[in-house]
Design a protein around this ligand. Structure first.
Ligand code: NAP
Length: 266
């Protein structure tokens, strides 16, 4: 597996997204992902599956230090005390003493960013959080976070796929060395019928998912976290390291942008 290396973190370029994977299904999905080679798992307190993720991590017997584990604090818990309580609760459910990356899930209109970032620094000092980051921050907010934060902002997790360009944010991340984690990288399946993507997939004997994920991770500073519950899809989404796209194909895929979002804050 390839990694993006930054601030001594090694982040596998493909992680398993776990939104909507709960209960037995969630547990099985994480266990199977770890068994087929995933070493990067993305969860959140809001997904209501941290206990299942924790159980799978433990039962997989993969050494904890080999896994890059991300969780997120919900935007209603961004006051200092709430944030610290949320993180401790996440660690309890995940059955681990630390997460690799702790993200502010969505920005808040009411809590000053500085307060949340300071609380995250305390968690870092206490060894509970190795790296901190944000999610759903645009360029202006990310820039503010980077200026205020006592610690480097490792990543900004945002929706990114061929139907939704992130050009200004990506250029910012590449310039200032912030990882852009692409969520909903498959646009929840909406792009599977796309003729341009299908032609490229046919050329390489690959699937549209594989082409899209390859397109994402070939971009500097980008990692992707496709969600897949079946082992078949999980394996398919990891099998992207034996081909590469031409500059013309990169351009053709970038031109599919139509400003289409599949995710929104609930
Ligand atoms: P996604 O990864 O774009 O798409 C998931 C869908 O694609 C599922 O229905 C999955 O089906 C299907 N799929 C996966 N691999 C496939 C393959 N190889 N062939 C055919 N179908 C395939 O959507 P997402 O779940 O919205 O995004 C991924 C992750 O990003 C989430 O799980 C979550 O961790 C994160 N996320 C974060 C935020 C945020 O605000 N930070 C928001 C949204 C999502 P099966 O499950 O049946 O395989």
């Amino acid at each position: 597996m390839n990694h993006v290396e930054l601030h001594e973190a090694k982040v596998p370029v493909i992680g398993l997204g776990t939104w909507d994977l709960r209960g037995q299904e969630g547990y099985q999905a994480v266990l199977s992902a770890l068994s087929v080679g995933y070493r990067h798992i993305d969860t959140a307190e809001f997904y209501d599956n941290e206990e299942e993720v924790g159980k799978a991590l433990r039962e997989s017997r993969v050494p904890r230090e080999e896994i890059f584990l991300t969780t997120k604090v919900w935007y209603t818990h961004l006051r200092s005390n709430d944030l610290i309580r949320s993180c401790e609760e996440s660690l309890r459910k995940l059955q681990t003493s630390y997460v690799d990356l702790y993200l502010i899930h969505w920005p808040s209109e009411s809590v000053p960013l500085e307060e949340s970032l300071k609380a995250m620094e305390k968690l870092h000092r206490d060894g509970k959080v190795h790296y901190i980051g944000v999610s759903n921050f645009d360029v202006a907010l990310l820039d503010e976070a980077r200026r205020i934060s006592p610690l480097p902002i490792l990543a900004d997790q945002v929706e990114y796929h061929p139907y939704l360009s992130q050009k200004p944010l990506l250029e910012y991340c590449q310039k200032h060395r912030v990882i852009l984690t692409a969520y909903s990288p498959l646009a929840r399946g909406r792009l599977f019928g796309d003729p341009v993507l299908r032609d490229i997939a046919n050329k390489y004997g690959k699937t549209v998912s594989q082409v899209v994920l390859r397109w994402l991770i070939e971009q500097d500073m980008v990692v992707a976290i496709p969600k897949a519950k079946s082992e078949k899809h999980q394996r398919e989404n990891l099998d992207i390291f034996n081909f590469s796209l031409t500059p013309e194909e990169h351009k053709a895929i970038a031109q599919l942008d139509r400003g289409e979002r599949v995710a929104s804050r609930l």
